[in-house]
Design a protein around this ligand. Structure first.
Ligand code: NAD
Length: 268
């Protein structure tokens, strides 16, 4: 078992899907987890989801808003004295109703970059100040297998996630002299609100991918069967498990890496 007792973790976008799974696994491993989200109600839902554990608290962080990052991180350090682990998980695929547009709009491009890339950088740079003065820390960025191969229907999302992989390499090299590990995880196919929206787009604009007239969860299941060699979907807990490993001492010599958790979809 990975033991994260005594560790202080902050997770962004922890109010739903993969972020919720990461919070649950880190808390089960003994870390104290600050579940943050742009929606404080969603973050509080994660606390209810983990109701048998008493080592989670909720706070608002909008990763696009420096004031919101500063307020929550500073309050956390004042209350708890340190941060050991940052998981940059918050992510979107576009601006409002993005799945209704066959081609992403200018707003889709801008908002995806603002949340997926700039938001991750803003939170990382603020937390890195604490890591530098502590002389230790772990960062895990949630990228995607969309970083591994272009997606003709969501090119803005794919390029933002390729940028997450590249930032992970740069930041790992910058933080190594401070004894900080920076890695990324590339999740495969996980049935969350993001994938529900991708399914809506792919059934509406069927030309963009082979879907056989399917919708929603059926389209997702079909994609799993046709894309994933291991023939099963991934889960939020699968991503939580690799994050728990990467932030543990077992992974102390791993940095700058982006690890696929995708049932064999990509083998390099
Ligand atoms: N679901 C998949 O198959 C899949 C695959 C690969 C990568 N991912 C990535 O995993 C991460 C989580 O995705 P998910 O599938 O759980 O989606 P989700 O929509 O369930 O969760 C995303 C969370 O991010 C939060 N968020 C959005 N904008 C924010 C902001 N400005 N500040 C703070 N929080 C914000 C949302 O409120 C939500 O709670 C994302 O980075 C996504 O790109 C998902």
């Amino acid at each position: 078992m990975i033991d994260l007792s005594g560790k202080e973790a902050i997770v962004t976008g922890g109010g739903s899907g993969i972020g919720r799974g990461i919070c649950a696994v880190l808390a089960l491993a003994g870390a104290r987890v600050l579940v943050t989200d742009v929606s404080i109600e969603s973050a509080e839902e994660t606390l209810k989801y983990c109701e048998r554990l008493n080592n989670l608290t909720a706070a608002k962080i909008d990763v696009t808003d420096i004031a919101s990052i500063e307020e929550t991180v500073s309050r956390h350090v004042a209350d708890r004295g340190k941060i050991d682990i940052l998981v940059n998980n918050a992510g979107i695929v576009g601006s409002k109703d993005w799945w209704m547009r066959e081609t992403p709009s200018n707003e889709d491009w801008l908002e995806v970059y603002e949340v997926n890339l700039r938001g991750m950088v803003k939170v990382s740079e603020r937390v890195a100040k604490e890591f530098e003065s502590q002389g230790s820390g772990k960062i895990v960025n949630i990228a995607s297998i969309s970083a591994r191969q272009g997606s003709p229907d969501i090119p803005h999302y794919s390029t933002s996630k390729a940028a997450v992989v590249s930032w992970t390499q740069s930041h790992a090299l910058k933080m190594a002299p401070h004894n900080v590990n920076v890695n990324a995880v590339c999740p495969g196919l996980i049935w969350t609100p993001i994938w529900e929206a991708i399914a809506k787009k792919r059934s509406e604009f069927a030309g963009s991918v082979e879907v056989d007239g399917l919708e929603g969860r059926q389209l997702f299941d079909h994609t799993v069967k046709s894309w994933i060699p291991l023939q099963r979907e991934q889960t939020p807990e699968d991503i939580g498990n690799i994050v728990a490993f990467l932030v543990s001492d077992l992974a102390k010599n791993i940095t700058g890496q982006s690890i696929n958790v995708d049932g064999g979809r990509f083998t390099n």
